[in-house]
Design a protein around this ligand. Structure first.
Ligand code: NAP
Length: 249
């Protein structure tokens, strides 16, 4: 255990599994107080259990990012028990596959609501405390699909791409309060989200990754820890790609 995040209260959305869980566990290893969220009570309990096992302070809490009351409730609960959040990782997200011709309005809205509107709401709710304490780190999780598009993922791509414009603008608005806003852009990471891909799609994806393999959630978490720590003090409105070399600028 090191102490890159000692005394920091860190909130990670979607920490039941995949990238969010890896981030929460990495934060725990850096001595942060970690609050991880799941959409169900059992998910929250599971987060509390793994944090306890790692010897970290903090717990799992319930959050549905699409429910404004749920966000307010979470903020009140954390504030009363731990104090102001100083590191926020907007990781919760969903993906769906459908050609634009077939996307129903409800499906479009579900993706935009969960992946994009949630980021706006979470930032707005938690940045106040950060601005007051003149310290904050916001890390928004985007996707390579938001940069290069993908057949069947126009809605997902649009939501992840918009996170970029939002994060850059917010970074400019709150920089003077020493609150940074950065993005992590994962490529194809081995989680439940990508386990559903069939072999042909998977093989095709692998052929476009210079490092020749999918990434592990912990490899994304490493970048998030850096952006969450004071080591990234002069970086804001910026992006770290964790994509095995897929996107070359
Ligand atoms: P995952 O394994 O499917 O986990 C998704 C997490 O989001 C779960 O903890 C889930 O909670 C939570 N979540 C879903 N809907 C939610 C809601 N309405 N409110 C609150 N939490 C909600 O996903 P992942 O692969 O780790 O992806 C994490 C993030 O990275 C996403 O934003 C995704 O778009 C992005 N990303 C992933 C990849 C990849 O290759 N895996 C690539 C690029 C970007 P429950 O368990 O309670 O449902």
């Amino acid at each position: 255990m090191t102490d890159l995040l000692s005394d920091k209260i860190c909130l990670v959305t979607g920490a039941t599994r995949g990238i969010g869980r890896a981030v929460a566990e990495s934060f725990a290893a850096e001595s942060g107080v970690v609050i991880g969220t799941g959409t169900t009570d059992s998910g929250a309990t599971q987060i509390t259990e793994y944090l306890k096992t790692s010897g970290a302070s903090g717990e799992g809490m319930r959050l549905d990012v699409n429910d404004v009351d749920s966000i307010v409730e979470l903020q009140t609960k954390i504030q009363e028990k731990y104090g102001a959040v100083s590191v926020l990782v907007n990781n919760a997200g969903i993906s769906r596959n459908n050609l634009v011709m077939r996307i129903k309005d409800a499906e479009w809205e579900e993706i935009i609501e969960t992946n994009l509107n949630s980021v706006y709401r979470m930032c707005k709710t938690f940045m106040r405390g950060m601005m007051r304490q003149r310290y904050g780190r916001i890390i928004n999780v985007s996707s390579v699909v938001g940069h290069i598009g993908n057949v069947g993922q126009a809605h997902y791509s649009a939501s992840k791409s918009a996170i970029l414009g939002f994060s850059k603008s917010l970074a400019m608005e709150i920089a003077t309060r020493n609150v940074t806003v950065n993005m992590v852009v994962p490529g194809f990471i081995d989680t439940d989200m990508t386990n559903v891909l069939d072999e042909k799609v998977r093989d095709n994806l692998l052929s476009n990754i210079p490092l020749g393999r999918m990434g592990q959630p912990e490899e994304v978490a490493n970048a998030v820890v850096f952006l969450a720590s004071s080591q990234s003090s002069y970086i804001t409105g910026s992006t770290i790609f964790v994509d095995g070399g897929m996107i070359r600028h």
